[in-house]
Design a protein around this ligand. Structure first.
Ligand code: ADP
Length: 365
């Protein structure tokens, strides 16, 4: 178990800046998830930590050792990929014990370790099978077991669940989370799936275009996104962002725009006035409540779509070229009809604001 630290780590490919001066501090035992859209530089970052890719600029530390020029074998990291990379001609027992046999660990000790790891991964009954005789989920568990058995300082996992079907993915992600917490091994986990990141990570770093845009615990990432990209990447449906401007109406500041006519919280008015003429007001779909039929005040517009998911309704409301989504309890289904005008109230403490020029959050509190 160890800490890991990335300082201004950068990767240039001949015609491309793949990772752009990123900083990360990973605590001992932490489960850090790197999440972002395809091509944003996640795998390259992970591969630089593993030593499979050279670093163009910056430093990587594992524990108190700078590992920039240390070969993958000597970094004491274990990597799990989406393609399980098991030895097809060896059975599960031999696959699990491979690294220990290379290190010439005594047979009796190997046997104890294999059974311990197999037990914690529910593989005990499968030790005699070859990878070809296993399901995708079982193969992935063997790959995990092979990493665990080495007791590395650091686990590196690159989209390990992406070859599994949806149900198995959910099952295996709680399995991995449980194991990681139980073993306490520092882990860096790469995924493009924000729900995987939110459910598994003790902390999440959101990447886009080679940069880390925000690193935070899942709850803070969701509640206080640092910029427009994170606001829209985390959460399904994403945070609603509506363009508005501030005007004085009868002496009181109001936020006005398509779908928006709300009084501006006192504490925010001054800060927003500095932030330019127009800005974005953001709220989560579950943070609003139906106010009534008068869309004049609050957030409102015409009901454009209703998705009934059984346990909740997702309502798309629009005005002009603007729209937002409300997440409502199924009990209001009777009151929401396509084409009707509808208005919502919001608790102003739930509102978030973003600068339209640089897309960064405006801190108003
Ligand atoms: P992610 O894992 O987030 O999908 P990658 O780290 O694999 O993204 O890739 C980041 C960027 O670097 C992408 O634009 C990709 O095309 C590019 N890239 C990755 N590997 C190479 C390579 N060996 N040579 C040139 N460009 C690469």
């Amino acid at each position: 178990m160890a800490t890991a630290r990335l300082e201004k780590v950068t990767k240039y490919y001949p015609d491309h800046l793949a990772v752009d001066h990123i900083d990360l501090d990973i605590a001992e035992g932490e489960f850090l998830v790197l999440v972002g859209p395809s091509g944003c530089g996640k795998s390259t970052t992970l591969r630089m930590i593993a030593g499979l890719e050279t670093i163009s600029e910056g430093d990587i530390w594992i524990g108190d050792r700078r590992v920039n020029h240390i070969s993958p074998r000597h970094r004491d990291v274990a990597m799990v990929f989406q393609n399980y990379a098991l030895y097809p001609h060896m059975n599960v027992y031999m696959n699990l014990s491979y690294s220990l046999r290379l290190r010439r660990v005594a047979k009796a000790e190997i046997d104890v370790l294999v059974h311990k790891v197999a037990g914690s991964l529910h593989l005990t009954g499968l030790l005699g099978r070859k990878p070809g005789q296993l399901s995708g989920g079982q193969r992935q568990r063997v790959a995990l077991g092979r990493a665990i058995i080495r007791e590395p300082k650091l686990f590196l996992m690159d989209e390990p669940l992406s070859n599994l079907d949806a149900k198995l993915r959910v099952q295996t992600r709680s399995e991995i989370t449980r194991l990681q917490r139980q073993l306490g091994v520092t882990t860096v986990y790469v995924t493009h799936d924000q729900s995987e990141a939110m459910t598994m990570g003790s902390r999440i770093a959101v990447m886009n275009n080679g940069k880390i845009l925000q690193t935070d615990v899942p709850r803070d990432l969701y509640s206080n996104p640092a910029n427009v990209f994170v606001a829209q990447f985390v959460g399904t449906p994403p945070m609603n962002l509506l363009t508005c401007q501030m005007d004085k109406v009868a002496g009181s500041p109001r936020l006005l725009g398509e779908c928006v006519n709300i009084s501006c919280p006192e504490y925010a008015a001054e800060r927003l006035a500095e932030a330019g003429e127009r800005f974005l007001v953001g709220f989560r779909p579950e943070d609003i409540e139906i106010a009534g039929d008068d869309p004049g005040v609050g957030f409102g517009g015409a009901v454009k779509a209703v998705e009934d998911l059984g346990h909740e309704l997702l309502i798309t409301v629009s005005e002009g070229s603007t729209q937002f989504i409300a997440r409502l309890p199924p009990t209001v289904a009777e009151r929401v009809r396509l084409g009707d005008k509808i208005g919502f109230t919001v608790n102003s403490s739930r509102l978030r604001f973003f600068d339209t020029r640089n897309e960064q959050a405006i801190t108003v509190g």
